[in-house]
Write a protein that binds this ligand. Structure first.
Ligand code: NAD
Length: 318
């Protein structure tokens, strides 16, 4: 297949590029490097089946030749990123989704939208099934992301209904792994970076809020299965293993072999109290299940962050 991936130089998108190239596909990546990194795709530069277009997908997404699939993953994703780029986030959720849906429609291609568990907001139903409509503050501090994604879901649903575009929506829950930026503000890269550098680990609030974190390889498997299927979704893709943020911080410190204290800092506004995917639909419709347990996933992530820090330090001394 010839597959277009927007946001392909980001954390999730670059793993997706690797996986699709390994399966023999041709990958056409669009990224404006707003929150992505050149180093995430540097190893693909010599690959003849990989094309990189440094472009903002809210302007245009033009492709020469056939397109069999469009995976729309471009968007700032961490709260620190989308609050630093609020208008860019709304634009890529709205205009970026429109442009990529139009591309898929013109080519009769399969379209997969990377939506998010944030469409459930601060949920009053637990765990969250896809039938839950959510509890989102439309003018709150996270609204530029939550509402951009809710709009992109509405647009995708409308293209399917009105134009017959072959679309799928996946709602991704917190995912972690190699290639996250140490400064992206999400809990795992923050805890790992703090613990490895011998600094106190900062936990928001009293740390009793829960998260269910999924290792990136499991997410990519779910995306690839969605792409190969004809399901419309929405489908939750996440690991239902739920833990408190405090437990997560203690586990990271332990696995890093660090001797650092935990300090408590204020919780950001509209931070969800609980988060756990109901994945019955993905299990039934895709035969998908996460397989990487939290200890193994964290150990792989920690060793990547160690190596990344060494590489960054050697670049600075060169
Ligand atoms: P990321 O920030 O690492 O990657 C996003 C990529 O999109 C970056 O490379 C960025 O430069 C690019 N981008 C942003 N705006 C663009 C534009 N206008 N034109 C072209 N490129 C643009 O984030 P990520 O964690 O890899 O997330 C990827 C997708 O998955 C996002 O759509 C996000 O909403 C979704 N998602 C991720 C998670 C998660 O836990 N990582 C959870 C839920 C949903």
């Amino acid at each position: 297949m010839r597959v277009v991936i927007t946001g392909g130089a980001g954390f999730v998108g670059s793993h997706l590029c690797d996986r699709l190239l390994a399966e023999g596909h041709h990958v056409i990546c669009f990224d404006n490097f707003l929150t992505g990194r050149h180093s995430n795709v540097a190893h693909l530069r010599s690959e003849p089946r990989f094309e990189l277009h440094c472009q903002d997908v809210t302007d245009s997404v033009d492709v020469d030749g056939r397109v069999d699939a469009v995976l729309h993953f471009a968007s700032p994703a961490s709260p620190v990123d989308y609050q630093s780029f609020p208008l860019e986030t709304l634009r890529v959720g709205a205009l970026g989704t429109l442009r990529t849906l139009e591309l898929a429609e013109q080519h009769g291609a399969r379209f997969v939208l990377a939506s998010t568990s944030e469409v459930y907001g601060d949920p009053t139903v637990h765990p969250q099934p896809e039938t839950y409509w959510g509890n989102v503050n439309p003018i709150g501090p996270r609204s530029m992301y939550d509402e951009a994604k809710r709009y992109s879901e509405a647009l995708t649903t409308t293209f399917r209904a009105a134009k017959g575009t072959n679309t799928a929506i996946i709602r991704i829950f917190n995912t972690y792994g190699p290639r996250m930026r140490p400064d992206d503000g999400r809990a795992i890269p923050t805890f790992v970076t703090q613990a490895l550098s011998g600094n106190p680990v900062t936990v928001a609030g009293d740390g009793r809020q829960t998260r269910s974190v999924c290792y990136v390889d499991d997410l990519v498997e779910g995306i690839v299965r969605t792409l190969a299927s004809d399901v419309a979704g929405p489908l939750n893709i996440g690991n239902p293993h739920e833990m408190s943020v405090l437990e997560l911080a203690r586990l990271v410190i332990d696995l890093c072999g660090a001797d650092v204290p935990i300090v408590f800092v204020p919780r950001p506004g509209d931070d969800p109290m609980v988060r756990q995917p109901d994945i019955v639909r993905a299990r039934t419709e895709l035969g998908w299940n996460p397989t990487v347990d939290i200890q193994s996933g964290l150990l792989r992530t920690i060793s990547w962050f160690r190596a990344d820090a060494v590489a960054a330090a050697s670049l600075m001394t060169d």
